[in-house]
Every structure is written in C-alpha cells, then in structure tokens.
Write a protein that binds this ligand. Structure first.
Ligand code: AMP
Ligand code: MG
Length: 344
C-alpha cells in the first residue's frame, strides 16, 4: 500500500491529508480562515499567508497523529504549487520541500485545479478518463475535458467573475455575510425564480465562455429597486446562473466527443440546485453524473494527495527547486479570452 501526504494552502484553507492508493483517506484536517477574512468581505492575501505559516506545521503533525503514523511511513509528499495566492502557495510548497528533503521522499508539485479535476476519481474508483468536468469555485469557472493526468482541454472559462464570486457578491448585496454562497442557496429555497427578470449573459452565443459580472450587477439593481423580496432575488439569480451553466455545457458536450461522465467539482458544486440541473442534463445525454462528496468539493488536501498519488503511480515527481506559480493553466494551449478581469 502506498500513502501520500497532501498539503493545501492556495487560498484560505490550510489543509493536510493522508491518502492511500486504495482511495482511503486515512486522516485529514482543514483549518478554515473564514473568521480572519470576514471583516474584509473577502480573502486578504497577506493575512492568508501569515495564517498558513502559523498553522501548517502543527496541522501536518496532528494529521499524522490522527492516522497514528510518522513521516517515515509516507511514500511521497504532494503540495499545491499553484495557481493561487502566491504567499500561501509558497508556505505550503516550501514546507513540503523541507519535509521531502528531511525524510528523503519524493516531492510532487500539484496543480490545485488538477486536484479538483481528479478528486471525483478519489471518490469513485469506476470513473475512467475521459470525462467532461465543470469546475466551479470561488476563483474559477471552467469546462474541461479531462483526458488523463496532466492532459486537459479547456473548452470554456469565465471572461470576468468566477461563479463562486458571483454567488458571494450577490449574497453580500442581500446582506448574507461572507462567504455567502451557501446562505444564498438556502434563501433561494423560499423564493420564486420567475419573479425577477435577470440576464443570462452569453447564453446562446457562439463563443463557449461564461460571464457573470453583468448578472451580479443586475442583482444589485434589483435589490436597489426595492421591488423584489430578497428570497425572490436569490432564487432568480441562482436560476439565471444554472441556465448559463446548462447552456454552455450543452455546447461543450456536443464538442467533446465520447466521454464517460459529466462531472462537477469545486466549492460551488455543493449547491444542490446546480447538482440537480446537471444531473438532468447528464441523463438527457445518457451519461452518468458524478459529484464528489461535499467535503471533497471545497478546498481540501485529500484531493491534492490523490492527484499526487496519480502522478506517483505514473513514476512522476518534481525537483526540490520547483517553483510556486500564481498562474498555472491546466491547458497551456487554451487561448486567453477577452474580458476586463481575465482570470483564465
Ligand atoms: P472553493 O473556491 O472551491 O473553496 O469554493 C468556495 C466557493 O464556493 C465560495 O465562493 C462559496 O460561496 C461557494 N459555495 C460553497 N457552497 C455553495 C453553495 N451551496 N451554493 C453556491 N456557492 C457555494
Ligand atoms: Mg479551490
């Protein structure tokens, strides 16, 4: 049995996990920094980096302790090396390098997005490449054809905001606090999605990408008009987002050729209304729909350990001078897209 220690520190979660090649999560710990960032309504990079530096080493020790293991029993150390907030990424990667050097184990530099993209395979041993992935998180909104480890084709990305960002900013407009995505979903349950006329940006357009900035602004105008209840705005926003996702995914499914499943990952994949709509879309295409358990959707280290395991099993590892990367596209061939705040 092989065991990989995974480390995640690319945003506001400090996390460590131990995962086996038999897909067992032996132990995992996640320290969220939500409290530290809440007063600012978003993640402050400097605060995040300092919090990772304070918490990561004891967190790794505790995770090893939970599994009753020492570093000697681990076969490799995998850490997120990007993309993400560079201060935090450096804390995690440098810690992994030190552990790898001290224990003489291989280091595996993992792309955080590959962690998300392969996490469904940690949850489901039957999921084979290739599959079509909707990756929706606080920082990303992408449709990817996952062909194998390190082999991705990006069909779509956002030309402005990520979907999680649109959820969080709309939630803020509705006074739901930070991060507001889950609260917005709850409020939407009490609302009527047909009440507020909101745009479906880029729906039906020939280009494959997403845009959520206009939708977010429309939510603000709806709130300021005083004509609608918060619950109706929440429900209408969520439905508009779902209509955009489904429309863009239809196009991607037509382009992808034969795939084995439609898969969703990333923090926004926790949303049950989105899951329901994707399940229906997959059924209409005779495809299984796969969504990892909620704990594997938001940022975590088990997915980083698993991506490390998939690389280790293919004989891959990285030199100790591997660099941390603030940007690291999964598909280097993908064209940059137009838009004010390109986050490709
Ligand atoms: P991540 O960037 O992968 O850590 O995911 C965090 C993002 O997912 C934040 O923008 C959250 O607001 C969003 N999110 C989490 N749960 C939900 C939910 N149930 N509905 C909508 N967005 C959510
Ligand atoms: Mg993430």
């Amino acid at each position: 049995m092989r065991i990989v220690l995974g480390i995640e520190s690319s945003c506001d979660e400090t996390a460590a996990a131990l995962v086996t090649d038999e897909r067992v999560i032996l132990a995992q710990r996640i320290a969220s920094q939500d409290e530290a960032h809440r007063p600012y309504g978003g993640v402050v990079p400097e605060i995040a980096a300092r919090a990772h530096a304070e918490r990561l080493t004891p967190l790794i020790e505790a995770t090893l302790g939970d599994a009753g293991m020492t570093l000697d029993q681990v076969d490799a150390i995998a850490a997120t090396a990007g993309p993400g907030l560079i201060g935090g990424v450096m804390v995690g990667l440098v810690t992994a390098k030190a552990l790898a050097m001290a224990s003489d184990k291989p280091l595996i530099a993992v792309n955080h997005l590959e962690g998300h993209a392969l996490s469904p395979r940690l949850a489901d041993a039957a999921l084979e490449y290739p599959y079509l992935l909707l990756l929706v998180s606080g920082g990303h909104c992408q449709i990817l054809l996952v062909e194998g480890v390190g082999s991705f084709r990006r069909f779509a990305t956002t030309i402005d905001d990520a979907l999680g960002e649109a959820f969080d900013k709309s939630a803020k407009v509705l006074g739901l606090g930070y991060p507001g995505g889950p609260a917005l979903e709850q409020l939407a349950l009490q609302g009527d999605a047909k009440k507020v006329p909101l745009p479906r940006p880029l729906k039906g357009s020939a280009e494959p990408h997403f845009s959520f900035a206009g939708l977010k602004s429309a939510v603000l105008r709806a709130k300021q008009s005083g004509e609608y209840s918060d619950a109706d705005i929440a429900a209408s926003f969520q439905q508009a987002a779902i209509d955009c996702l489904v429309d863009r995914l239809r196009g991607a499914l037509a382009k992808a050729g034969k795939v084995n499943a439609l898969v969703v990952a990333g923090g926004v994949a926790a949303n049950k209304a989105i899951r329901g709509a994707l399940e229906e879309l997959a059924a209409g295409h005779d495809l299984p729909f796969i969504a990892p358990p909620l704990g594997l959707c938001t940022d975590n280290a088990a997915m980083i350990a698993w991506a490390g395991m998939e690389r280790l099993e293919r004989g891959q590892s990285d030199p100790l001078d591997v660099a941390a990367r603030p940007r690291w596209p999964l598909d280097p061939e993908a064209q940059a897209v137009r838009g004010a705040g390109v986050k490709a």
